[in-house]
Design a protein around this ligand. Structure first.
Ligand code: 5RP
Length: 225
């Protein structure tokens, strides 16, 4: 997994994207260590009088948003103006997400947003996507989906909890298969194949979804549109 970026780079990216938030917006709050910097920066702006509501994408982002004082709502009750979220790999407007096993809710929020800003450090950028694709599966479909992934040329690995005391269980009560396909020449086609497998809840290919990518570094931020 590409997680080698420095905290300073992640912070630069997160704080840059947080500046795009304006009064009155409904803001999608992504998941992960880079987005956490954006959420904290938005929280400081809320303290200073910014009037927004957030839509969290995970238990983790909900807890952080509450801690920093961002008022929250649900996607059922609002439409998202701007979403800010991290990525495990970025190639142009295409992403691989799900390193935090939150990609199902992230995709719902990010895809529904009028504008979606990705926050990343330079270790996440690539010419061609090749990071293993997280695939959230119903527990009962773990074996059948793994077999289908192998048939399409991928190598699935059931994601284990950090303490190795069992598999990762998503906020939705499902399991995650990290599926290594090597270089992904046609992300849209692979995404359609994965989405068509019975028992797949959501996969981590976010094809053509990014409107802007804020890439932070120790020296500043580059914004790619
Ligand atoms: C969670 C995600 C994260 O946004 C992605 O894993 C990046 O995380 P980080 O900013 O900690 O590197 O997709 O499901």
């Amino acid at each position: 997994m590409k997680q080698g970026g420095s905290d300073a780079a992640k912070r630069a990216a997160g704080e840059s994207a947080a500046e795009a938030v304006e009064d009155g917006m409904v803001v999608g709050l992504g998941t992960g260590s880079t987005t956490a910097h954006a959420i904290r920066a938005i929280g400081r702006r809320v303290d200073a009088g910014l009037d927004i509501v957030g839509v969290p994408t995970s238990f983790q982002s909900r807890e952080l948003a509450r801690e920093v004082g961002i008022p929250l709502t649900e996607l059922d009750d609002a439409s998202v103006d701007l979403a800010i979220d991290g990525a495990d790999e970025v190639a142009g407007a295409d992403l691989i997400k799900g390193g935090g096993a939150a990609h199902a809710r992230e995709k719902i929020v990010d895809a529904s947003a009028d504008r979606f800003l990705v926050v990343a450090d330079p270790t996440k950028t690539a010419e061609t996507l090749s990071h293993p694709v997280p695939v959230e599966v119903l527990p009962a479909a773990r074996t059948t989906v793994a077999a289908s992934v192998r048939q399409t040329g991928g190598e699935p690995t059931l994601r284990q909890a950090e303490r190795k005391d069992g598999p990762v269980v998503t906020d939705n009560g499902n399991l995650v298969l990290d599926c290594d396909f090597g270089d992904i020449d046609d992300p849209a086609a692979l995404g359609q194949t994965l989405a068509s497998l019975p028992g797949v809840v959501e996969h981590g290919l976010f094809v053509g979804l990014a409107d802007e990518v804020h890439v932070g570094s120790e020296d500043g931020v580059t914004v790619r549109e």
